[in-house]
Ligand binder design. Structure first.
Ligand SMILES: CC(C)(COP(=O)(O)OP(=O)(O)OC[C@H]1O[C@@H](n2cnc3c(N)ncnc32)[C@H](O)[C@@H]1OP(=O)(O)O)[C@@H](O)C(=O)NCCC(=O)NCCS
Length: 159
């Protein structure tokens, strides 16, 4: 089966991406319009098997000094086959993302996916600050009602 990673935004299968993220522990209930704007404002990567999207990642960056990696997933039926490795290799090799001084990401348990690319725990956590509204998607709009019960407030803290 042909597996490829592509950063062409026109290929993104929005239904697949929203379908996964709206039920994820970190973006539960994300409104469609919010996700559309997030993708439009990011360098988005799709992972495709025989042309069908099976994974996703996006990078928010100034393309000169800093990048934030977000919303990485491989659909459940396709996990454990090295697909996230392929996806991360493509992200880190992208020509617009070279020579950056700092990358950041937040993960609950997938540290092993990122460690081979040099990601570590914060060396100096006391230097880093955040402003985080974990419940923002549930506080706004009708999507709030469709947030899955499995996504608890504390799980939502992750991103
Ligand atoms: C995390 C996720 C992207 C991994 O995708 P995958 O295609 O199954 O991963 P791969 O098969 O490419 O595994 C690559 C490596 O990462 C490791 N790995 C995979 N999932 C891991 C996890 N959850 N925690 C730690 N390491 C993990 C694998 O052991 C493998 O290492 P190895 O080659 O040394 O054996 C996938 O499980 C997923 O989408 N999970 C749900 C969403 C999620 O948690 N995304 C990450 C948010 S930060």
């Amino acid at each position: 089966m042909a597996v490829e990673v592509d950063s062409d935004p026109s290929r993104i299968d929005f239904e697949v991406v929203h379908g996964f993220l709206a039920s994820s522990y970190w973006a539960a209930g994300i409104p469609r319009e919010t996700l559309r704007r997030a993708i439009d404002g990011s360098l988005a990567f799709g992972l495709y098997e025989d042309g069908a999207q099976i994974g996703f990642a996006r990078v928010v960056s100034d393309f000169a000094t800093f990048a934030y990696l977000a919303d990485v997933f491989v659909l459940e039926a396709h996990r454990g086959r090295g697909h996230s490795r392929r996806l991360m290799d493509a992200v880190m090799a992208h020509p617009h993302l070279q020579g950056l001084r700092r990358w950041l990401l937040v993960t609950r348990d997938a540290h092993g996916v990122y460690a081979p690319h040099g990601f570590t725990a914060l060396a100096s956590p006391h230097l880093v600050m955040e402003r985080h509204r974990a419940d923002v998607y549930r506080a706004e709009g009708p999507a709030a009602a469709s947030a899955p019960e499995t996504a608890t407030e504390s799980e939502g803290e992750e991103r």
